[in-house]
Ligand binder design. Structure first.
Ligand code: NAI
Length: 483
């Protein structure tokens, strides 16, 4: 079997060499096609951080084992890590956080075992990176949460929870504030939950989850979240089990899967051969099992667990009174422990049943639609206008443009209503949302909206607008705070 391997930036090549050395020493029946991805590929002028050959190889082989890759902060290029996950629709990011015997944490010392699997949605949310400056003062990010995308990842989480015989599957969200986006995710969760009556399904608001994770992490099992919240919560979980050095990740799609550590390129320790390769190795076990190489995975995992139990450690964890090993020495220590069985959590040796990772050859992009549009009407529009005038002045101007089809309903600023009622204590920025609705909810068409836009544009710059739809008697938009 062949897989694609990208070594990554920073500590990537060091930890990847260590892991592949361990695989080779265990005669893992895999061949590696090294692909060009990462910061240095950006620097060579490939705007998505990978060469066309790399993309072809990964799409041919279906499995990518990758080291971390650098993303410059702020302006400039997009993250190649995120691009890879999105391009190949690896919709579920599975991250397993388990107590490892020999890796001391406050919880292991207190005898509280941790075994949490975070399933993070991997494509949508603010990770679309669709951002605009609406005025010189106001930046806007679009947060996409879709029904089909949510159903894909939530179904994966339930299926995985059933296989794992999970005690509980929890959806975490902020649907109390983001009622439409996180509300949709939560609705999808309970919709899928009906298909899994054998699993205890519940939900928790994400801030409450964070508090509960640091007080009673043992009460959680599988947790499914949207992309950004999932990213933050999974680093928190990494901290619970000893840090980023122990946090593996699998990006699962229907055709292509990517296995990588949660951590980044660790520029502060890159090139020193002192990084901890455990997270990448743990990600490698998930990959070996995905490929049916269960026996190799178990032998190496037992050797790793045994090594950790012996107190062998790299510089980022373990007993500081004992000397630490560098990356290569740590890999060699694991190799020397092949065949040993750890005291705790020993893995059962299940004979290999190699599968075929080769993805289906797709001719066209898959269109995901779960609900056909029915009974839809446009009943208004939110006009996002630029202005530094007071709300009552704006209202007067807008009312002049409302014509015979529209009513000016309200004006908000940063989501807080400032007209017709509001407070002078609300600070304003130079971008308002002016909401118009049709008189008596009369159905409008897009030409009506454009007519209003043209008229209003005589008085204001309007960087964006959103239609107000109704499906049956259900509104498809939120209200302003104070409305
Ligand atoms: P980071 O995860 O690289 O480092 C955070 C801290 O953890 C540092 O002190 C680092 O030394 C330590 N650390 C991380 N991995 C370690 C390991 N294996 N052994 C020992 N110590 C380790 O996070 P940071 O500094 O925010 O990001 C650096 C770069 O990595 C950025 O360009 C970021 O965009 C990228 N990144 C890439 C990811 C990926 O490829 N999947 C994920 C996260 C960040």
């Amino acid at each position: 079997m062949k897989i694609a391997v990208a070594k990554g930036d920073g500590i990537g090549p060091e930890i990847m060499s260590a892991v592949l050395k361990i695989f080779d020493a265990n005669k893992v029946p895999l061949e590696y096609e090294i692909v060009d991805m990462g910061k240095w590929v950006f620097d060579k002028g490939f705007s998505n951080g990978m060469t066309p050959e790399a993309q072809q190889t990964i799409e041919r082989l279906g499995v990518l084992f990758k080291g971390p890759m650098e993303t410059p902060k702020g302006k400039g290029v997009k993250s190649v890590n995120v691009t890879a996950r999105k391009t190949w629709n690896t919709y579920a990011n599975k991250r397993v956080f388990q107590t490892l015997h020999g890796v001391d944490t406050v919880f292991s010392k207190a005898g509280i075992p941790i075994d949490i699997t975070v399933v993070r949605e991997n494509i949508e949310d603010t990770y679309g990176g669709v951002e605009h400056m609406l005025t010189q003062d106001v930046a806007l990010s679009r947060r996409f949460i879709t029904r089909p995308g949510s159903l894909q990842v939530i179904r994966y989480a339930f299926e995985m929870a059933r296989q794992k015989k999970a005690r509980r599957i929890t959806c975490s969200h902020k649907a109390n504030i983001m009622k439409i986006t996180d509300g949709l995710f939560l609705d999808c969760f309970y919709e899928v939950a009906k298909e899994y009556p054998d699993l205890k399904a519940d939900d928790v608001i994400v801030d409450d989850l964070c508090m509960k994770l640091v007080t009673r992490p043992d009460t959680f099992d599988v947790v499914v979240l949207t992309n950004l919240q999932g990213d933050i919560v999974s680093d928190l979980c990494a901290g619970l089990v000893g840090g980023l050095g122990f946090a593996p990740s699998a990006n699962i799609g229907d055709h292509i899967c990517i296995f990588e550590a949660v951590h980044g390129t660790a520029p502060d320790i890159a090139g020193k051969n002192i990084a901890n390769p455990t997270a990448l190795l743990l990600s490698g076990f998930a990959m070996l099992r995905h490929l049916g190489l269960t026996e190799n995975a178990a032998v190496i995992e037992n050797a790793l667990l045994y090594t950790l139990e012996q107190g062998v450690h790299t510089g980022d964890f373990g007993d500081k009174s004992k000397p630490s090993l560098n990356t290569t020495e740590f890999a060699d220590a694991i190799i020397s422990n092949f065949g040993k069985t750890p005291e705790l959590n020993a893995k059962q040796l299940i004979p290999n049943k190699p599968g075929t990772p080769t993805p289906l050859k797709l001719e066209r992009n898959t269109m995901l639609v779960t609900k056909e549009v029915e009974n839809e009407k446009i009943i208004g529009v939110d006009m996002f206008i630029e202005s530094n005038e007071q709300p009552d002045v704006i209202a007067k101007k807008c009312q002049r443009h409302a014509g015979v089809k529209f009513n000016l309903i309200n004006i908000s600023n940063r989501g807080t209503q400032v007209w017709p009622t509001g407070s002078v204590y609300t600070n304003l920025v130079n971008q308002y949302n002016v909401r118009f609705e049709s008189i008596d909810n009369y159905p409008l068409n897009q030409q009506d909206v454009i007519g209003l836009y043209v008229s209003l544009s005589g008085d204001f710059k309007i960087p964006s607008l959103e239609l107000l739809n109704m499906w049956g008697d259900k509104k498809s938009y939120s209200s302003a705070a104070g409305q």
